[in-house]
Design a protein around this ligand. Structure first.
Ligand code: S3P
Length: 423
């Protein structure tokens, strides 16, 4: 295959942009978000905030302006709030709305309507939240604003979304809220809250949040999304002689697990941090990846999962074709993402001729697969669509036909154009 060559930028980080929008909506005064991705999930957050009475202006060139309504200023809408395909929107909203005045109903698309929400509702109820889910552990979610009392809560699954929902609820609680997570997850909420003036202490008992008087409005600069950059890093690693440079990408230590794995597989992977940090204290820099003569299989153990959770389907694609076997264990969370990503990734790879066994909590790969092309189903999952495209561009013998390529824009508008630009 032809090597990939070039310098690119990727759209703004989806996780950070969600948080910037939520925090800006609760701040006093106007905020400006630069580097907003424009992806479907981030637009779901804006749609929900507009439904709550927040005035928002989106300008493709200049970014997003949000008029903050203050900590308790959201208004209860008559209609349900549609979170679309975005689990982060729904889960973070549950925490944000728990202490507001009024009743709120959160709904989502077919995929989101099947995803577990009790993991968020349970710790929030410990803070006094009133949350009802008539369908069981799934949306729709009804939040009836209630007075919240700070307390200590533990997250039962390794999930930044659950942790973040509790921290956002803690903003409106009386007294201190402590959140303990057994496995560390991405800390964008913590960084963002500190940036807008919230006091957060970290200790062995957990993260202690002191309820603030107010949040400071301001400028939020969203770095490039490392989860989007990962597709090009993976593609470069799959074709010997490739070199891809990604400029201005977020390099939060809790998000670079896939890059470490890629290095272990034998690819050249280096990044340099830009001096200073983006405005909300996230590390940002440039990433360089070169394709080695061959990739070797590596094993992923449970403690590595959280730091590469969104990149595991992509890792699976590389492991399928690498020299020698690989195993992923401890990744049962993938079963409750946009789709069951263990099953869906396994099926996609088998459809292209790989020898992959799905396990309860991951996969076993024989490695050394010579993939055919063919028609694949991505089950409405944006990351699977991009995985299939990467395989088609780099290693399959024939073309890969993707049933729903446009779904990539949930997190990465412009993905296919960027892939083409790399040759
Ligand atoms: C996210 C956290 C992760 C990740 C998701 C975004 C976030 O989910 O998979 O794409 O922005 O907090 P979990 O924390 O539930 O694993």
């Amino acid at each position: 295959m032809k090597p990939l060559h070039g310098e690119i930028r990727v759209p703004g980080d989806k996780s950070i942009a969600h948080r910037a929008c939520l925090v800006a909506a609760l701040a006093e005064g106007d905020s400006h978000i630069i580097g907003f991705s424009g992806g479907g999930d981030n637009h779901s957050t804006l749609r929900v905030l507009r439904g709550l009475g927040v005035h928002i202006e989106v300008d493709a060139a200049r970014g997003v302006r949000i008029q903050g309504r203050g900590l308790r200023g959201l208004s209860a809408p008559v209609d349900a709030l549609d979170c679309g395909n975005s689990g982060t929107t729904m889960r973070l909203m549950m925490g944000l709305l728990a202490g507001q005045r009024g009743a709120f109903e959160l709904v989502g698309d077919v995929s989101l309507s099947a995803r577990p929400m009790e993991r968020v509702a349970a710790p929030l109820r410990r803070l006094g939240a009133r949350i009802e889910m008539p369908a069981g552990d799934h949306p729709p979610v009804r939040v009836v604003g209630a007075p919240l009392m700070g307390s200590r809560v533990e997250t039962l699954v390794a999930s930044a979304q659950v942790k973040s929902a509790c921290l956002l609820a803690g903003l409106l609680a009386s007294g201190e809220t402590t959140v303990f997570e057994a496995t560390p997850t991405r800390d964008h909420t913590e960084r963002m809250l500190r940036h807008v003036g919230v006091t957060l202490h970290e200790s062995s008992v957990g993260l202690r949040l002191l309820p603030p008087e107010r949040l400071e409005a301001g400028e939020f600069v969203v770095p490039g999304d490392v989860s989007s950059a990962a597709f090009f890093a993976g593609a470069a690693a799959l074709v010997p002689g490739s070199e891809v440079v990604v400029r201005g990408v977020g390099l939060n230590p809790r998000r670079v697990g896939f890059l470490h794995a890629l290095r272990e597989m034998g690819a050249y992977v280096e990044w340099t941090l830009a001096p200073g940090l983006a405005a909300h204290d996230e590390p940002v820099g440039d990433l360089v990846v070169r394709g080695p003569a061959a990739l070797r299989g590596v094993d992923i153990s449970p403690e590595r999962v959280a730091d590469m959770v969104d990149e595991l389907p992509l890792f699976a694609c590389l492991a399928a074709v690498a020299d020698g076997p690989s195993v992923v264990v401890g990744a049962e969370e993938l079963r409750v993402k946009e789709t069951d990503r263990i099953r869906a990734t396994g099926s996609l790879l088998r459809a292209l001729g790989a020898t992959v066994e799905d396990t309860r909590d991951g996969w076993r790969f024989a490695g050394n697969a010579r993939l055919t092309g063919g028609a694949v189903r991505v089950e409405g999952d944006h990351r699977l669509a991009m995985c299939a495209a990467v395989l088609g561009r780099t290693v399959t013998r024939g073309p890969v036909e993707i049933d729903a390529p446009s779904i990539a824009s949930v997190s990465f508008p412009g993905f296919f154009e960027t892939l083409e630009r790399l040759g």
